[in-house]
Design a protein around this ligand. Sequence first.
Ligand SMILES: *Cc1c(COP(=O)(O)O)cnc(C)c1O
Length: 366
Amino acid sequence: MTRVFNFSAGPAALPEPVLRQAAEEMLDWHGAGCGVMEMSHRGKEFTSIIERAEIDFRELLAIPDEYRVLFLQGGATQQFAQIPMNLLAGGSADYLVTGTWSKKAYSEAKHLAVALGGGARLAGSTEQDGFTRLLDAEELELDENARYLHLCTNETIHGVELRDPARLPRTAVPIVADMSSHILSRPIDVNRYGLIYAGAQKNIGPSGLVIVIVREDLLGRASAVTPAVMDYRVMADNGSMLNTPPTYAIYVAGLVFQWLKGQGGLAAVEANNIAKAKLLYDFLDASDFYANPVEPTARSRMNIPFLLRDESLNDAFLAGAKEAGLAQLKGHKSVGGMRASIYNAMPLAGVEALVDYMRDFSARKG
Ligand SMILES: *Cc1c(COP(=O)(O)O)cnc(C)c1O
C-alpha cells in the first residue's frame, strides 16, 4: 500500500492513526459485536461516542458553557440557508463577501430573506480586487441593528484567512462565521462570535457532518416556516438527535478530536501549521517561477493557491507531482493554477516533499 501526500481541499486527508483505528474498529467497536455504522444512535454505545466527541471538541476550542454544540447534516451549504431561517425573521442581516464561499452565503440569504420578510445587505466586498485581501475596518458599512453579521474566516478557494482578532469587525451585532476550512487549526476566542459553523470534510472528518457552535440566546428565534430538523432550538433540545444523526461521521470526528488532543491541543497544532505554511510561502516568495497572489497579511495557513508564471507548464507540473506521490494540487477552476491544502492532517514531511518537487521542477523548466 502506498499512500500519497493528499493536498485535496475537501474531502481532505485524515490523520493516518485515525484511519487505522477506524479500520481496526470497523467490524467490532469496543466489544459491541458490531461496527459504529451498524449500531442504534440511541443505544448506550453511540451515546458514549457522541458525548465524548462533544466533550473533546469543547475542550479543544475552550467553548464556554453558554454555547451549544450541534452535530448536524447537510454541510456548510445547508447552513447558508439555515442561518437566515433561524436568525433573520423579519429583520436584516449584514454580509461580508471576501471569496466564493461568503459570496454564496450572501446569495442564499438574499434569496431567502424575501420569503422571511427581511433583508440581506452587502456590508463590504473585496470582489473587485479578485478576493486577494481582507477588508479594512474603514471600508465596512455595518448596520448596528442587523440581526447578525456573516463572514467567512477562511476562504478555501482564494486562500484568504482572517486570523488576527483585531481584524474582526468591532460590533455589538452577533458575528456568524463560516470556519469550515480552518476550524481546529489554532486556538480561537469563541466569545467573539454568536455562531460558528464548519463542514467536517476539511479539518474535522468525513463529509455529511456540519458542526454548529451557537450562543444560547440565539436559539428559539427561528422563523415560523423553519422545518423542525433545521431549527437550532429543536436540535439543541434533542441533543442533535431529533432524527438519526450522521453517526459514522461523528465517530470519526471524535477520533480526530482525540488525535488533536494527543498532539498537545490546538496551541501545538498551530505551531505545526505555522511551520508548514512558512515553509511553502517562503519558498514561493523567493521564487520567480511561482507566485501567490494573496496580500501577505491575509494569507491562509490552510489553503495556499499558487500560479506558475508560465501557465503552459501546468499540465506537466501536475503530471510530475502525481508521479512524485503529491496528489490533488490542481487549483479551483474559478482561480486556475495550483492549490495546496495543508490542513492539520498534512504532516510537515508532505510540505517538504512538495517544496522539493517544486524546486526541482523549476530548476528543470525555468
Ligand atoms: C467547503 C466549504 C463550504 C461548503 O461545504 P459543503 O459541505 O460542501 O456544503 C462552505 N464554506 C467553506 C469555507 C468551505 O470551505
